[in-house]
Design a protein around this ligand. Sequence first.
Ligand SMILES: CC(C)(COP(=O)(O)OP(=O)(O)OC[C@H]1O[C@@H](n2cnc3c(N)ncnc32)[C@H](O)[C@@H]1OP(=O)(O)O)[C@@H](O)C(=O)NCCC(=O)NCCS
Length: 114
Amino acid sequence: MYGHVAEHVGEDGRSEPAGMALWFLNFSTWTGRHGVYLEDLYVRPHLRGHGYGLALLRTLARICVERGYTRLEWSVLDWNTPAIDFYAALGSTSMDGWTVRRLDGDALRALGSR
Ligand SMILES: CC(C)(COP(=O)(O)OP(=O)(O)OC[C@H]1O[C@@H](n2cnc3c(N)ncnc32)[C@H](O)[C@@H]1OP(=O)(O)O)[C@@H](O)C(=O)NCCC(=O)NCCS
């Protein structure tokens, strides 16, 4: 797991964490290449709209380009319209036709102990 922190420096010179991106490497058998999976992106409410979210995603995109990773991917809840609008403005597309599946709790234990 990897992480980046965006730092805000105020007019008084004091710095504070503005936001963070948490990510890990995934792999595509279709492309035969690693990609970056963005697990979480968060900018503190009072510092939103200052370009920190964009700066964090730009950093991850640069890592992909520099290392030859073909994809930068993440999930977003379908009610999170502000985040969806933000992502759309970056040129990202929605992976229609794909559904995220999860195994956890009793179902995970049952399958894992069979
Ligand atoms: C989504 C989030 C990360 C955006 O971060 P941010 O620092 O506020 O965004 P930025 O200031 O970097 O905005 C970058 C660009 O996106 C645009 N943008 C940002 N929010 C937008 C919105 N709600 N609708 C449309 N465009 C938006 C900005 O206008 C800006 O474009 P510009 O450079 O042309 O002005 C932030 O709002 C957040 O932390 N939200 C809560 C947590 C969350 O939902 N995370 C995503 C989970 S999947």
